[in-house]
Design a binder for this molecule. Structure first.
Ligand code: SAH
Ligand code: SF4
Ligand code: F3S
Length: 482
């Protein structure tokens, strides 16, 4: 599309890996149309904010950023402001944007990403027509003094944006769109969606509403994508889905249904692929077959993110998680028996409606029993339209915060102790990037997903090296190259 060629884009991403991967796809689509990335937002002609409806403060940060874009729009002719992602699947948010931010140019949801270039084209065409009309009514622009001209132009731009805004949202399509390009953040590792959506309807969670119903990709499409990635130099893939354990991909070749473990076994055969990870695994669907795959498949990393959410069976029931505390603990035991060096991380929500001190203590106990390597902790917060938002026994903010702090203290103590136990061990580290800590320091991940910093030169990025661990900190390890 000639209208897009040469334009500079900048994407701001607020959400999870799936959201990040959507941003990679958006970037891939724009690059295919001849656009290039602007490192700095202020240099961009097109800014896209990819939103999240779950992360703490993601909504506040979104509206804050959107406010700043208005200024950019006012001073930069032809500037295009786009918003997408999970928040755009929520009707009250989209209405708020229409009302309070009418100058936003493109709004699209999680089911319309492939249509984005087309939406931009539609925008540019109607904007050109609107500006032409506005130009006619404003008269000869050259006669307007420069400062007033900017003001007039900004007014026209904002009016024309309102008139030509393109929106494609909400509808959940049955078919998965295959073959979209992606501009990956890293050369040597990649995210691969194996399924979309979620059917679980945990009572606190908005994701089933923002991402639609569960749909699995055909196994052949996934295998083809991974083979292609590997031939492009990718060594590690992370398979993405809200609940990968319920993957059911039907092969169009022989109508056979593959489960998640079948997929892992097949991926494990791909030559030159070094590591397979996945995210996220719902405890209710974690099968013995998958646990066996950890033993059989050399490329499957010994790491699992297994969100527990809470240690009280009572609260788990009210969350609609469909497993008990005992079931979860039994799973962890089975995993550890099968794979003794497996590292485990989790998600925990503190202050779900009705959570008593006793319930919370059960979470603390569970954390101490499992001894997580790391954890994401969330303060329960109401999500518009979810059942739990209507529950009457909401927990006061100060109680939530106090429990949150106690939980984080317990978790951090365990992480530190576990990481210190790595001192003296040699780990295989896939080097990701130059560490934020400064030049000469690289950072990468162990098989067990531990972050390691060590000294080395930039050309090691993308390769796997042996690193002897010399220090264990709460959130990372430090080491020296062997
Ligand atoms: N599909 C994944 C989770 C996706 S959302 C799974 O089931 O594990 C990521 C995490 O956000 C959840 O695991 C949960 O801990 C947290 N979360 C979701 N909704 C929340 C809410 N309303 N309040 C606080 N935390 C929430
Ligand atoms: Fe949300 Fe539950 Fe689905 Fe995870 S499994 S996305 S927490 S509804
Ligand atoms: Fe957020 Fe959507 Fe992911 S709500 S956590 S970006 S699926």
């Amino acid at each position: 599309m000639k209208e897009l060629k040469g334009k500079k884009y900048h994407i701001i991403t607020f959400g999870c890996q799936m959201n990040e991967h959507d941003s990679e796809t958006i970037a891939g689509l724009l690059q295919t149309e001849g656009c290039s990335e602007a490192e700095d937002r202020s240099d961009a002609d097109i800014v896209i904010i990819n939103t999240c409806s779950v992360r703490e403060n993601a909504d506040k940060r979104f509206f804050g950023t959107l406010g700043q874009l208005k200024k950019q729009k006012a001073i930069k002719p032809g500037f295009t402001a786009c918003v997408c992602g999970c928040m755009m699947q929520q009707e009250h948010i989209v209405s708020a944007i229409r009302r309070q931010y009418p100058w936003v140019d493109v709004i699209f949801g999680t089911h319309n990403i492939d249509e984005f270039p087309d939406m931009l084209l539609q925008l540019y065409q109607s904007r050109a027509a609107a500006l032409e009309d506005a130009g006619k009514t404003a008269g000869n622009e050259d006669l307007i003094p420069l400062s007033d001209r900017d003001y007039t132009r900004a007014k026209h731009e904002i009016r024309s944006a309102r008139e030509s805004r393109v929106e494609r949202i909400y509808e959940d399509r049955k078919e998965i769109v295959e073959g979209l390009p992606a501009r990956r953040l890293y050369r040597h590792k990649a995210f691969v969606n194996i399924m979309y959506g979620c059917n679980n309807f945990c009572t606190y969670c908005i994701v089933p509403y923002t991402r639609g119903r569960e749909k699995s990709r055909h196994p052949e499409d996934i295998l083809r994508e991974v083979r292609q990635l590997v031939s492009d130099g990718v060594k590690e893939v992370t398979l993405l889905g809200q609940n990968v354990n319920s993957y059911r991909g039907v092969s169009p070749e022989d109508d056979r249904t593959w489960d998640f473990a079948d997929l892992i076994y097949a991926l494990n055969e791909i030559e030159d692929l070094e590591r397979i990870r996945f995210m996220t695994s719902h405890p209710k669907d974690l099968s013995d077959k998958l646990i066996q795959a950890f033993r059989d498949c050399g490329k499957l990393c010994h790491y699992i993110h297994l969100p527990v959410q809470c240690g009280s069976t009572e609260i788990l029931g009210r969350m609609n998680r469909r497993y008990t505390r005992e079931h979860y603990l039994a799973l962890v035991k089975k995993l550890r028996e099968a794979v003794p060096d497996i590292t485990i991380s989790t998600d925990i929500i503190v202050g779900f409606p009705g959570e008593t001190e006793e319930d919370f203590c059960q979470t603390l106990d569970l954390v101490k029993e499992v001894e997580y390597d790391s954890a994401f902790t969330f303060l329960y917060s109401k999500r518009h339209g979810t059942p739990a938002a209507e529950y009457e026994d909401q927990i006061p903010e100060e109680v939530k915060h106090q429990r949150f702090d106690r939980l984080v203290d317990a978790l951090n103590g365990i992480s530190l102790r576990k990481n210190q136990a790595y001192i003296g061990r040699t780990e295989k580290v896939l080097v990701d990037s130059i560490s934020r800590k400064g030049t000469g320091t690289l950072s990468g991940r162990t098989d067990g997903f531990k972050l390691v910093d060590f000294s080395g030169s930039e050309d090691l990025i993308g390769s796997t090296v042996d690193v002897e661990i010399t220090e264990g900190k709460t959130f990372s390890l430090r080491g020296r190259r062997k």
